[in-house]
Design a protein around this ligand. Structure first.
Ligand code: ADP
Ligand code: MG
Length: 679
């Protein structure tokens, strides 16, 4: 039962089944003292009555609990049968929960409840743990309190020898941690609030420490055991391009990252680098210079983009940049025609091709390289880990891999979710960029917004109008887009204005044609769903209107806004919403209008949504912390990380006596996960 419902399989699991809070049994609130601000309350009183009210879906069980100051209503919508069975009118109960008010009367929905004996109460002064349980378990009498009893018995039987310390003594003393044994005792049954805090701190540290240790061991293993292709020289192509064809001076950040890449690719280890740079920070140029470096050393390169539009765009701009150099660049996507495709594949195989740009078509098995040395994955979060892994197999020694993402990832998240990668940041925008002026308007201001667009177009600019597409197949969203298109058209009639429309239901050619017309300036307005979210580069566009902006997440809004502000002119982003906004939506709008800094936005996004929801990290097991929290415990993560680093620096094999318990623990955990994989 415990096993199925709560995933509790062993003693260890039971010990790690932590209470979500503790109650102080000595403290009882009076009903009259409850207010709208009361977070949680514990009330003792007599159950006056209990009755079933309503029919079918609105069926609920309502009880009246009375103490010497007033009456509170108790309500259950679920588990009614079970509650009805155990509660007896006239008896005294102790209830705990979050109080609310219904028509001015205090009320508590689904309170925790137990029998109350005023004689006994007051004697217990320790903090009693409260465990999460499920309705099913409760039906079998296994509520949170029963779980607590199991745990209590278990802890009484286990000695310090059975819960040995696993962290090295030096770490325990340096970070002033309590022992593992004490921590498990106090996390469940603390003698005081302070004891509980010490236990919490110790166990959170341990979670971060173990996660960092396994990540850093993986990284170490890769660095030590994978042989990397060596790019030993900087040749004609790189220097020639750098000196004669570079259209602008590189920013300091771009130079720094190129240096890091050059160093890695010459080291004899395989590079596996995550490059983060806000939208418009100039990642493409870094990729191109790296690929030229590869070509200088006789290696081919591949650059993979998540959409046809992006692949096409990269191909166009790279071809243009290197057109006077002896570099052979080709494009391969799902819509490449058979004849062209054959030629491209042949050029990959015979080595005459230097740079292949494309969509995930480039990782298909039919694509064979003579000597692939460098792979760039653009806008990384659109690709899964498995797809990336296929790149590794394209050469007998895996190529160096540069993963580029414009979704800034908060450092804490990067350290955990991507901690095994090398990591570079372009933290500087090209000079002369003006922050995008961002405002929030309600939908009834659309005519004024359209007038504003007109004004901008009259100065030769272009504009985007974006509609949400929650699901690629959603009919409703699609209809909204069409309606929006007609509406925009009514404001901007042909032939004075021309409008492009791009959405997911068009075939690639149609998309490409519409896109190209906008890129070339043949159309002034681009009406689109979020297919243009990533990467598209039209520096002449200065207005971004986002319809139903309340439906977008922060990182998506930031990505979309990044499509403007790419040229020298002042750009604008207008977030249109309905009147009704959730608190979260309001907060997102506030953040967007308040800052252009992608990293700040990412931090906020992490705070609002939690790590599990962040893009690109969903499959990452590294984020499954029970106690630790990447937002609140940031500093502890840094501490755990530096503790791990210093251990790995001095004892990478964990062979020293002081590190042996740790090594043994890791091994025991490993064999356990293998078991669960087989099962
Ligand atoms: P992203 O990092 O979002 O992929 P891009 O590589 O598309 O950014 O670059 C955005 C724009 O900035 C492009 O038009 C590019 O030519 C330009 N750019 C890149 N680096 C510089 C630089 N150092 N100075 C001026 N403009 C630059
Ligand atoms: Mg880009």
């Amino acid at each position: 039962m415990l096993r199925k419902e709560l995933q509790v399989f062993s003693f260890k699991d039971l010990l790690e089944y932590y209470p979500f809070r503790h109650v102080d049994k000595t403290k009882v609130d009076k009903i009259a003292s409850l207010s709208y601000n009361t977070e949680f309350a514990q009330v003792a009183g007599t159950l006056m009555s209990i009755e079933l009210i309503g029919e079918k879906r609105s069926k609920r069980l309502v009880g009246q609990l009375k103490d010497d100051t007033g009456v509170m209503e108790l309500v259950w919508f679920q588990g009614i049968n079970w509650v009805q069975k155990i509660l007896v009118p006239g008896q005294q109960y102790l209830v705990f929960g979050k109080p609310g008010f219904f028509m001015g009367k205090p009320q508590m929905a689904h309170p925790e409840i137990e029998n109350y004996d005023p004689q006994k109460a007051g004697g217990k002064s320790f903090l009693e743990p409260v465990y999460p349980s499920t309705e099913k378990l409760k039906a079998k009498g296994l509520n949170g309190r029963a779980i607590g009893k199991f745990t209590f018995d278990l802890l009484n039987r286990l000695t310090e020898k059975e819960i040995p310390e696993i962290l090295p003594a030096s770490v325990v003393s340096q970070y002033k941690l309590i022992s593992r044994y004490d921590a498990f005792r106090h996390i469940h049954f603390p003698a005081s609030v302070q004891h509980h805090q010490h236990a919490l701190r110790r166990l959170k540290f341990e979670e971060f420490f173990l996660a960092q240790l396994s990540i850093q061991l993986i990284k170490l293993g890769r660095q030590r055991f994978s042989k990397g292709l060596v790019f030993s020289k900087v040749g004609e192509l790189f220097t020639g391009f750098y000196e004669k064809h570079l259209p602008f001076d590189l920013t300091g950040a771009q130079k720094k990252v190129i240096k890091e890449i050059r160093k890695d690719c010459g080291s004899g280890h395989q590079m596996n680098r995550l490059l983060q740079g806000d939208v418009g920070s100039g990642k493409t140029m870094v990729a191109l210079l790296s690929m030229l470096l590869a070509a200088d050393n006789g290696f081919q390169s591949v650059m993979m983009a998540p959409t046809e539009i992006l692949a096409q765009q990269h191909f166009n701009s790279i071809s243009e940049l290197v057109k006077s150099l002896p570099v052979n660049v080709k494009l391969l996507t799902g819509s490449t025609k058979a004849k062209e495709r054959k030629q491209v594949l042949a050029a990959c195989e015979d080595g005459s091709l230097d740079i292949l740009v494309g969509t995930h078509a480039v990782i298909e098995d039919t694509v064979q390289f003579k000597n692939l040395g460098f792979a760039v994955v653009d806008e990384q979060h659109k690709f899964g880990v498995a797809q990336r892994a296929r790149l590794w197999k394209k050469n007998t020694s895996p190529p160096h891999i540069l993963v580029m993402t414009a979704t800034p990832i908060p450092r804490t998240l990067a350290l955990t979710a991507y901690g095994d990668l090398d990591y570079s940041v372009i933290d500087e925008l090209p000079p002369g960029r003006k922050p995008v002026n961002t405002v929030h308007r309600f939908e009834n201001a659309r005519p004024q917004v359209m007038d504003f667009i007109k004004e901008q177009l009259s100065m030769g600019s272009q504009a985007y109008v974006i509609y949400p597409l929650i699901e690629e197949s959603s009919k409703l969203d699609y209809e909204n887009l069409m309606k929006g298109f007609e509406e925009v058209k009514s404001f901007f009639p042909e032939p004075k204005y021309w409008i492009s429309m791009v959405h997911g239901k068009q075939d690639p050619e149609q998309k490409e044609t519409n896109m190209q017309r906008f890129v070339k300036g043949d159309t002034q307005i681009m009406v689109s769903t979020t297919v243009i979210e990533v990467g598209v580069n039209v520096p002449n566009a200065t207005v971004m209107v986002i319809e139903s902006a309340e439906k977008f997440g922060l990182s998506q809004l930031h990505q979309l806004r990044g499509r403007v502000g790419r040229g020298a002119d002042q750009s604008y982003c207008i977030l249109l919403t309905g009147r009704k906004l959730s608190n979260d939506a309001r907060e997102r709008l506030k953040i967007m209008t308040g800052t252009n800094d992608g990293f700040k936005i990412a931090e906020k996004d992490l705070e609002l949504r939690g790590p599990g929801e962040m893009e690109g990290t969903r499959q990452s097991g590294a984020l499954n912390f029970r106690l630790a929290n990447l937002v609140q415990d940031k500093n502890m993560l840094e501490a755990a990380r530096s503790a791990v680093e210093s251990i790995i620096r001095t004892d990478p094999e964990l062979a020293l006596a002081e590190n042996l318990p740790l090594k043994n623990y890791l091994q025991s955990q490993k064999s356990k996960t293998r078991w669960s994989k087989i099962a």
